[in-house]
Design a protein around this ligand. Structure first.
Ligand SMILES: Nc1ncnc2c1ncn2[C@@H]1O[C@H](COP(=O)(O)OP(=O)(O)OP(=O)(O)O)[C@@H](O)[C@H]1O
Ligand SMILES: [Mg+2]
Length: 367
């Protein structure tokens, strides 16, 4: 799903400090975030943090640009390299192509030419990103389809014997409770373990069924504060048990277009994840606001004071079955993703204002 626009990140790799300074000034004015490096080694370290376009001098103190270019691209595969050369010779053009660069610039280059070349390289970068996103979505759609088919058949088949087992377990528990205290406990412990496991299975089946029951979607105006209040009221007790502060901060916002029950499920899944992400003494904050006075979408944030989500796994979280929890089904966020997409909204993972993760939900206003 779309991430908020970030400034494209450029690397300039040249040992001529004045040139780096000049290029930086021009490119920063044009809206890029620019990082200068004087050596191959320093450039490689910079590239590991990701880059969009690298402008690389052919001759560097500790190597040359044609060798550095493929290494940079390996560090950040969607990035593009533009070689900087002192002379417009056939050799430099050939060197640029061999190094996998998408263009080369002859120094000192005119501002206009510089900007056009970087913009062209950025177009390549966006294309790489779009291609990757498309193939990821295709994979996800495949997985979802597989889940759907499997679910429909299996869930009911499993649920019936599971309910019967749960019922028999209750009968057994009652009978055990009638026994004398000293024999009760050793019997009750394993019994409760089985009961908890049955509950877990039931929870997983419930998640599966969400995919199997694609009810018709008819959006109505939904009051955001009502949805949030209902979810938070339900979670109050659980938060207290875990010694987590559950905060709410609702601005007055317009209604959104959607299905109240499903939106409650979205917020519930996000809030449960947030509760799981923080330890005792942590904080979970749910808030809503308009990010701009005339914004067409209402923003709902679920922030937590946990460890946050590393950039490189953010996309994977929404894949079905991705979980890092021993007891998780890994379906919570894929259900969230499906419901939000159905609403024509977006969900992104950002950094929470005071560390931790922010799940930002943006939903279209009701007309
Ligand atoms: N607020 C968060 N902070 C850090 N990591 C998170 C957060 N929310 C989700 N995650 C990560 O995303 C994974 C997937 O979440 P998801 O809700 O899809 O499944 P789950 O919580 O593991 O299982 P389920 O929700 O089905 O019980 C989690 O296992 C966790 O690693
Ligand atoms: Mg979850």
């Amino acid at each position: 799903m779309s991430q908020p626009q970030k400034k494209p990140r450029l690397l300039i790799v040249d040992d001529n400090a004045t040139l780096v300074e000049n290029l930086t000034e021009i490119l920063e004015d044009a809206g890029y975030s620019v990082h200068g490096h004087g050596t191959c080694q320093s450039a490689l370290a910079g590239a590991r943090e990701g880059f969009d376009v690298a402008l690389v001098d052919l001759r560097l103190p500790d190597g040359n640009g044609t060798e550095l270019a493929p290494q940079l691209k390996e560090a950040s595969p969607d990035g593009e390299v533009v070689l900087l050369t002192g002379f417009a010779t056939l050799e430099s053009a050939v060197a640029a192509v061999r190094a996998g660069a998408c263009a080369y610039l002859v120094k000192p280059c005119a501002t206009q030419e510089l900007l056009v070349t970087v913009e062209q390289a950025m177009r390549h970068v966006r294309l790489h990103g779009e291609k990757r996103e498309l193939s990821r979505r295709a994979q996800m759609a495949e997985k979802l389809a597989a889940v759907g088919t499997m679910t429909a058949g299996l869930s009911h088949e499993i649920r019936n014997p599971l309910n019967a087992a749960a019922l028999q377990l209750t009968v057994l528990e009652r009978r055990v409770q009638k026994l004398s205290k000293d024999v009760q406990q050793p019997l009750l412990d394993p019994l409760h373990l089985v009961r908890d496991e049955i509950r877990r299975l039931d929870h997983i089946l419930e998640d599966f069924l969400q995919f199997a029951r694609p009810r018709e979607f008819q959006p109505h105006p939904v009051e955001v504060a009502t949805v949030l209040t209902k979810v938070l009221d339900l979670l109050e007790g659980e938060a207290e048990r875990r010694d987590v502060a559950l905060e709410r901060q609702f601005d007055s916002v317009p209604a959104v277009a959607g299905d109240e029950e499903r939106l409650r499920q979205v917020v519930m899944n996000l809030a449960l994840n947030a509760l799981d992400a923080v330890g005792r003494g942590g904080t979970v904050r749910v808030s809503c606001r308009l990010e701009e006075p005339d914004a067409r979408e209402v923003a709902i944030y679920v922030d937590d004071s946990g460890r946050g989500v590393p950039l490189e796994v953010r996309d994977r979280l929404f894949e079905p079955f991705f979980t890092t929890k021993a007891q998780g089904s890994g379906l919570g966020l894929s259900i969230v993703h499906a419901i939000v997409a159905q609403h024509g909204g977006t969900i992104t993972i950002e950094d929470a204002p005071d560390s931790g993760a922010r799940f930002a939900l943006r939903l279209p206003r009701a007309r």
